[in-house]
Ligand binder design. Structure first.
Ligand SMILES: Cc1cc2nc3c(=O)[nH]c(=O)nc-3n(C[C@H](O)[C@H](O)[C@H](O)COP(=O)(O)O)c2cc1C
Length: 188
């Protein structure tokens, strides 16, 4: 299988997690070709939470796809990839994937992952979660997606938000068998 990973970024809170994930991939896994697709909502959260524009995020990725380019390579099941992570994943994007309503490239790429039975990891974020959100996440879990919300973890004694962020990134990369230096596992 080709060493390519799709990184989708949607408009939920948590843009710094996407930035850190791309940095980790670039620094520690240069052999993996990252394919980045960013939603319109994510452009806003990126600016609000990181003070960054899409161009700066794009510089961290291997290949960048515009979200309206529905004919891009990652829109096809014949384009070989390891899988896709959507980080953060908004409830609108969750709803789009759960219903198969693929009206942008990010949604289409996720849809392809499901139909090809490839790994799809959703760093889904909202609080509190409505019954609609829970139903969609439940359905996606049943369809094989990994629901990995960016929840706080205290057992590794984080000293900063960056520590917390790195821990979530470590868990996301773990889903693809990729190491994340500094990710502290529970050893009992
Ligand atoms: C600053 C900010 C934070 C947001 N946080 C969340 C969130 O945590 N979860 C969520 O589902 N939507 C959140 N939203 C709303 C989504 O961005 C909005 O529903 C958008 O249409 C999602 O579209 P997308 O999935 O195509 O990015 C937030 C919006 C803004 C501006």
């Amino acid at each position: 299988m080709a060493k390519r990973l799709i990184v989708g970024v949607s408009g939920a809170s948590g843009a710094p997690i996407a930035v850190e994930l791309l940095r980790q991939l670039r620094e520690h896994h240069p052999g993996i070709e990252t394919h980045l697709v960013v939603s319109r909502g994510a452009e806003l959260t990126l600016r609000q939470e990181c003070g960054m524009d899409v161009e700066e995020l794009r510089a961290l990725a291997g290949v960048f796809h515009k979200n309206d380019e529905i004919g891009a390579s990652i829109a096809s099941g014949s384009f070989q990839i390891m899988g896709m992570v959507i980080v953060p994943c908004s409830m609108k994007t969750v709803a789009g994937i759960a219903s198969g309503y693929s009206d942008n490239l990010l949604l289409r790429a996720a849809d392809v992952c499901l139909k090809e039975r490839r790994k799809l990891v959703l760093c889904a974020r909202e609080a509190p979660l409505s019954t609609i959100h829970l139903r969609n996440l439940y359905e996606l879990g049943r369809m094989g997606a990994v629901i990995l919300p960016p929840v706080l973890t205290y057992y590794q004694r984080p000293e900063s938000v960056e520590d917390m962020t790195r821990h979530i990134v470590g868990k996301l990369l773990d889903q693809f068998g990729l190491d994340c230096p500094g990710f502290r596992r529970w050893e009992g």
